[in-house]
Design a protein around this ligand. Structure first.
Ligand code: SAM
Length: 176
């Protein structure tokens, strides 16, 4: 069931299709005050592009082999092992991540959409970044089909008659 806390999440989700779009976002979304977590960094090819734009970046991946390779290729950057689903370990880095980049194999297709949305919500709830930039064609397509409904009753509610308020609560329903 939906709850008040979910509606207060402030994280923006940026859905991209393909690595070109994923990397294109860096110039617009990463700033010099950001601390960035990249999940699914592979050999660090995107991590190294993010690094000059931010205060700090940590590249992470589930595979020890790719992390070893990333460290070898970019010894000036920090790379750590992390399973995307292990948010507790991400919290263990002890950083207030302001932006999170996610490019995990298997998250581009429709079959993984629910898992991806659950993962995004988990990171938004626990780490509370300003934005999560994710590589997923399926999420981008889904987001393009969504609109956030603006209630025509909202203005009247602010004026505040009890009768109006009850009407709006009827329309919205008790669980949003
Ligand atoms: C497409 S590659 C990432 C490419 C990289 N972002 C870049 O721009 O060069 C996907 C990566 O996701 C990693 N991966 C797969 N499952 C993961 C998981 N559960 N947690 C973290 N990384 C995962 C893989 O090991 C692989 O390195």
């Amino acid at each position: 069931m939906a709850n008040d806390k979910q509606f207060k999440l402030q994280t923006t989700y940026v859905a991209t299709r393909g690595v070109k779009e994923y990397r294109e976002t860096i110039a617009q979304w990463v700033t010099s005050t950001d601390t960035v977590l990249e999940i699914g960094c592979a050999w660090g090819s995107t991590t190294v592009l993010i690094a000059p734009h931010c205060r700090e970046v940590i590249g992470t991946d589930i595979s020890p082999e790719v992390i070893a390779r990333a460290r070898e290729r970019h010894p000036q950057l920090r790379f750590e092992l992390l399973d995307a689903y292990d948010v507790r370990s991400a919290l263990g880095f002890g950083k207030q991540f302001t932006k999170i980049y996610i490019d995990v194999s298997g998250f581009s297709g429709y079959r993984s959409l629910l898992d991806l949305i659950a993962l995004l919500t988990m990171y938004a709830t626990i780490l509370q970044p300003e934005a999560i930039i994710v590589k997923s064609g399926a999420l981008k397509q889904f987001a393009g089909q969504c609109i956030a409904w603006q209630s025509p009753f909202r203005g009247s509610l602010e004026e505040g008659s009890d009768a109006r308020r009850e009407k709006v609560e009827d329309v919205i329903g008790c669980d949003g």
